[in-house]
Every structure is written in structure tokens, then in C-alpha cells.
Design a protein around this ligand. Structure first.
Ligand code: IPE
Ligand code: IPE
Ligand code: MG
Length: 240
């Protein structure tokens, strides 16, 4: 049984989970962070190579200031508490997104965690923080345009591979499997370019209720699928 090379998860439903319990949304974020830790460890133990977690979108800045502040505090605490655990688990930590928009001390903690785990050879763990795919693509286009202006590049040299290399995700393969919890069926500005041939798995479970078993169900579901990438069935191909 072969695991996907790269799993990406849109961890959604923390607020609704808390509201169902008559608790503030922040209560759901605390439980959600705990679940993220469990899923990271499970992916690492299974020998998965790449895991991207959508933690905070470029649009999440629009939430009430108190919720944003709470999420920043959670992230700060996570980095402080978990960096050494990541080292121990041989997990390499990296981020995508507009990190420069985060509070300065969190930027420092991210740089520290990234450097501290940079030699690790196990799971590549990517946190998408203040991440928006349109923003990412726009920046890539700006960089390419600049290189053309500097005459380093000609227009006919722009191809998919060049664009791929200007994206913040260029170090990893595209996600084979994108999981979104909480019954929402959309990308919400996550990995638009990279998801061209991703398989999608949606489940009703709210993120704070997501378990390692749910992850395994998603992985099994993925393994059974046939990916054709625009061609015809592999079976037809070999039999006729
Ligand atoms: C996902 O849960 C966590 C973040 C976006 C940070 P939500 O906070 O979006 O929870 P719902 O979707 O409102 O239930
Ligand atoms: C997407 O969830 C972002 C994260 C899970 C971090 P949202 O809850 O922000 O997405 P929408 O607003 O429902 O599309
Ligand atoms: Mg949501």
C-alpha cells in the first residue's frame, strides 16, 4: 500500500465545534491545536514525507481582533513548546505565507524552528500561515516580470516549470491528497496552482473531533482511487 507523497489538510470547524458546546470559538482553537499535534505525530510515524497544514489564511486577518490575537498566542505557544519535540521526532518544520505580517517575536520563533529542524530528514511539516494562494501567485508573477525587466529572462522562457519555481512550495511535490474537515467543499484560497491534480477528501467531522482513524480512512480512500491525469485508464491502456 503506497502512501501519498504529500498530504495537505484544511483544518476547519474549530469555531462550530466550540459553539455546539456553548463555548467561545477560542475553545475550539485550543482543541484544534491539540489535534494538529496528534495528526503530525501520526503522519511522522507512518513515514509520510510531506504534510502541509492550513493554519491561518490571508483572509483570516478579517476575523475579530480578539480571535486573531488568540490564534497568534496559540501559534506562539505551539512554537515555543513544540520545536524541541519536532527535533526529537526528526520532523523538518517550514512555513509558507506572508510571515512578515506576523508579530515580530513569532517571526523569530518561526525562523528559529525552521533553522533548528533544517537538518531533519523525516516528515517535512509545512505550516501555511497568513497564506493565500492568489497572493503567492501574484508575487511569483511580479518576480518573473522583474527578471524580464532586468533582461535576465525573455517572455518565451516563461513556462509552468518557471512559475512552479517561483512559488513558495517549490521544494515539495504537489499535494496528492487534500483533506478538508467540517463539511465545507471549497479551497478557500489554498494551493490553487498546486491542487491542479490533487485528489480531494471531504468529511463532515469538525477538526477538533478529527482522529488518527479518520486520517487512516482518508488515506485508504485515496489509495483506492485511480488518478488518470487527463489520460485514459491504466488498465485500458495495457489491455488494448
Ligand atoms: C479553522 O476553524 C481554524 C482557522 C481558520 C484558524 P474555524 O475557526 O474556521 O472554525 P469554523 O469554520 O468557524 O467552525
Ligand atoms: C480556511 O478556513 C482556512 C483555514 C482552515 C486555516 P476558513 O474557515 O477561514 O474558510 P472559509 O471562510 O469558511 O472559506
Ligand atoms: Mg472555518
Amino acid at each position: 500500500m503506497s502512501l501519498p507523497q504529500h498530504v495537505a489538510i484544511i483544518m476547519d470547524g474549530n469555531g462550530r465545534w466550540a459553539q455546539q458546546r456553548n463555548k467561545p470559538r477560542t475553545f475550539g482553537h485550543i482543541k484544534g491545536a491539540r489535534i494538529a499535534k496528534k495528526i503530525i505525530t501520526a503522519c511522522s510515524d507512518k513515514g509520510l514525507k510531506n504534510l502541509t497544514l492550513y493554519a491561518f489564511s490571508s483572509e483570516n486577518w478579517l476575523r475579530p481582533a480578539t480571535e486573531v490575537l488568540f490564534l497568534m498566542n496559540l501559534l506562539r505557544r505551539y512554537l515555543k513548546k513544540e520545536t524541541e519535540n519536532l527535533v526529537r521526532q526528526n520532523i523538518r518544520f517550514q512555513t509558507i505565507g506572508e510571515i512578515e505580517k506576523l508579530p515580530a517575536d513569532i517571526q523569530t520563533a518561526i525562523r528559529y524552528a525552521t533553522d533548528r529542524t533544517s537538518k531533519n530528514t523525516g516528515l517535512n511539516l509545512v505550516f501555511a500561515i497568513s497564506y493565500g494562494s492568489r497572493q503567492e501567485i501574484t508575487t511569483a508573477v511580479q518576480r518573473i516580470a522583474e527578471r524580464i525587466q532586468q533582461k535576465e529572462l525573455s517572455v518565451d522562457q516563461i513556462d509552468e516549470s518557471l512559475l512552479h519555481h517561483e512559488l513558495s512550495t517549490s521544494s515539495w511535490p504537489d499535494p496528492d491528497l487534500i483533506i478538508r474537515t467540517s463539511g465545507e467543499h471549497r479551497l478557500s484560497n489554498f494551493l490553487l496552482w498546486q491542487a491542479a491534480y490533487s485528489e480531494f477528501y471531504f468529511c463532515e467531522t469538525l477538526w477538533p473531533d478529527f482522529t488518527v482513524e479518520d486520517l487512516e480512512i482518508a488515506l485508504l480512500n485515496f489509495i483506492k482511487r485511480e488518478r488518470r491525469f487527463g489520460s485514459i485508464s491504466h488498465h485500458e491502456n495495457t489491455h488494448h
